[in-house]
Design a protein around this ligand. Structure first.
Ligand code: CP
Length: 299
């Protein structure tokens, strides 16, 4: 059977994505019940992280171990990646040694090049264009708490970067309506936005959040934009998610953030612990959804 990759949400059918979410919830129940489930015994994963990570790394490493396999962390500091070994060479070498690879690097083209040269399944662990693993956890979190996301209203407030692009793909795949509020000049990728009728730009944050079932934000200066921090803080100020903004959403709306968060910037000091916030459950679901994804690609 041909190997499958997970570089964007569009690499799976709508049916497969829903199966992944159902499976993630099953695996969560097994984990919480202490029920062993080790279908990946003897399998090895290479986890290539050219940028910092806490949640993604721990979810893949712990998840692989819980499924009976083993994950090898490959950072830039102590491998040949940091000394410029070509990414396509690395893909060919690792294909002879491990069963699956996850890769986080700024360039989405590098991940595509790696996947094209690998004989093993490849997972996008985040690029500047997409963060599809995070969307599996977000959709699992919403569906577990509120039921089907199809037909719901979702607001993305903040930087039109990789999380926003991924939410547009999610709107297309899960059939929800996405309203996006960004400052001028920080809109999501135009081609991705035009790929679906389910996502539209809103005039401001309040318009996007009005009657939403789910409100989502992300940091204003993602990895690679740190030098723009001061300018962005000024330009993004009207896009902070706080209780007053969330009050415009439905009474039972949820709030999500992929984390890490910058309190005082895209969120105020208290919203992460508001009763409407699902951020801690969302972070925990990274483990279960990434386990479901690895199981799907390897069995
Ligand atoms: N949300 C997320 O991807 O977290 P990390 O950068 O810590 O992996």
């Amino acid at each position: 059977m041909a190997k499958r990759n997970f570089l964007t949400l569009l690499d799976c059918s709508q049916e497969e994505l829903n199966q992944l979410i159902t499976r993630a919830s099953d695996l969560k129940r097994k984990h919480l019940a202490g029920e062993p489930h080790q279908p990946l015994a003897g399998k090895t994963a290479a986890l290539i992280l050219a940028m910092n990570s806490t949640r993604t790394r721990v979810a893949f490493e712990a998840g692989m171990q819980q499924l009976g396999g083993h994950a090898i962390f490959l950072g830039t500091a102590d491998t040949q990646i940091g000394r410029g070994e070509p990414i396509d060479d690395m893909a060919k070498v690792l294909s002879g040694m491990v069963d699956i690879a996850m890769i986080r690097t700024a360039s989405h083209e590098d991940v595509e090049l790696f996947a094209a040269n690998a004989d093993i399944p490849v997972i996008n662990a985040m690029t500047s264009l997409y963060h599809p693993c995070q969307l599996l956890a977000d959709m699992q979190t919403f569906i577990e708490a509120r039921g089907p996301v199809e037909g719901r209203s979702v607001a993305f407030v903040g930087d039109g970067y990789n999380m926003c692009n991924s939410y547009i793909n999610a709107a297309r795949q899960w059939g929800f309506d996405l309203k996006i509020a960004t400052p001028e000049g920080y809109e999501p990728d135009a081609g991705i936005l035009q790929s679906t009728n389910n996502a539209q730009l809103a005039g401001d944050a309040r318009e996007a959040v009005e009657n939403a079932d789910l409100v989502v934000t992300d940091v204003w200066s993602s990895m690679g934009h740190e030098e723009e921090q001061a300018r962005r803080v000024a330009e993004f100020a009207p896009y902070q998610v706080n209780e007053a903004l969330l009050d415009h959403a439905k009474d039972d709306a949820l709030f999500m953030h992929c984390l890490p968060a910058h309190r005082g910037e895209e969120v105020n000091d208290t919203i992460l612990d508001d009763p409407r916030s699902a951020v801690w459950e969302e972070a925990g679901n990274r483990l279960h959804s990434q386990k479901a994804l690895m199981e799907f690609l390897l069995t």
